[in-house]
Design a protein around this ligand. Structure first.
Ligand SMILES: NC(=O)c1ccc[n+]([C@@H]2O[C@H](COP(=O)([O-])OP(=O)(O)OC[C@H]3O[C@@H](n4cnc5c(N)ncnc54)[C@H](O)[C@@H]3O)[C@@H](O)[C@H]2O)c1
Length: 302
């Protein structure tokens, strides 16, 4: 088999994860790095042995030596870059979120259908070893019909600022940044039911809480506390056509006692928790069983 010749578009923080995986894959070869920031592209290319660098992604997509691209840019470029890449005949691994709007998603879908390229979205939670473990239980009908899911990622002080806080570039705040991971995870594990309705609320009450002292939090490279155009928190109730429902709430800032990360799914024969740690609840011989699966991956490391 010929090696797949891959290139990276957007050489910031998350690109390292893509690059390390490609570097460790005997079927992949890293051939080019593209970033608006030329120095960053060159530094990353040198570190991973890529022969070519670009600052213009269109020029990279015209390169016949590239078979596939990882798109790791800000969210506002995911749709435009994905469409251009599949039209240029390149396979795509695009970071989450796929894009900012349903219209953009449809445009990407159309472009993929018109091409021979494969496009995958970086919903990494689906490949969490605990999720794969639970999937085996689901496939063997251990939990019965999964009819309710509840997911929360509540950061009390966790607006990263920079492009994440700039709606133009991010498309939104915690819902599109961290919410998409758990919404996708629950929907995927529930068997991808079709959505019937969504009721939601978005709040912009606390801002980025940049005034807080004596307590540190993660900041993006281009952090600027004066710029914040995204929501602080969002919640939603998603109803599916099969009668199942998913309740989700997420925040970048909230007057909460502590950060919270929970993903729980309930079925007719049993339920399970993925976050904060793997746990199974079921019933046998008229007795409730709390089960702690013995695995090396007790909790999600995301
Ligand atoms: N799967 C995950 O768990 C996960 C984690 C973090 C980030 N992400 C996603 O990855 C993406 C990037 O996030 P990040 O934290 O690496 O951001 P980052 O700011 O560290 O990196 C983004 C890079 O894209 C570059 N860029 C912007 N526009 C470009 C263009 N037109 N052409 C070439 N390069 C361009 C920027 O210069 C920057 O170097 C986001 O969509 C984010 O949601 C996913």
């Amino acid at each position: 088999m010929n090696k797949v010749r891959v290139a990276i578009i957007g050489a910031g923080s998350i690109s390292e994860s893509h690059l390390n995986a490609y570097q460790n894959n005997p079927n992949a070869e890293i051939v080019a790095i593209c970033d608006l920031n030329e120095e960053r592209a060159k530094t990353v290319a040198q570190k991973y042995g890529a022969q070519k660098t670009y600052t213009d992604y269109q020029a990279l997509l015209a390169d016949p030596d590239v078979d596939a691209v990882s798109i790791c840019t800000w969210n506002n470029l995911h749709a435009e870059t994905s469409i251009a890449a599949v039209r240029a005949g390149k396979h795509v691994l695009v970071e989450k979120p796929l894009c900012r709007t349903v219209e953009e998603a449809h445009q990407i879908q159309q472009a993929v259908r018109e091409s021979k390229a494969i496009l995958q979205v970086g919903y990494v939670r689906r490949h969490d070893p605990n999720v794969e473990l639970l999937q085996n239980f689901i496939n063997n009908d251990e939990f019965g019909n999964l009819y309710y899911a509840k997911a929360s990622i509540l950061r009390r002080l966790g607006n990263p600022g920079g492009w994440f806080a700039d709606k133009e570039r991010s498309g939104g705040g915690p819902l599109i940044d961290i919410g998409v991971h758990v919404i996708d995870l629950c929907w995927f594990m529930m068997g991808k039911p079709k959505v019937k309705s969504v009721t939601g609320n978005v709040y912009q009450k606390l801002g980025n809480r940049a005034h807080i002292r004596n307590f540190s939090f993660y900041k993006a490279a281009d952090y600027d506390s004066s710029k914040n155009t995204v929501e602080d928190m969002a919640n939603a109730l998603i109803r599916f056509e099969n009668g199942a429902s998913l309740m989700v709430d997420v925040s970048f800032s909230l007057h909460a006692k502590e950060d919270e990360s929970t993903v729980k799914i309930f079925g007719e024969k049993g339920g399970f928790e993925i976050d904060p740690a793997l746990f199974i609840v079921t019933e046998k011989h008229d007795t409730i069983l709390n089960i702690q699966p013995q695995t090396d991956h007790k909790a999600s490391n995301l």
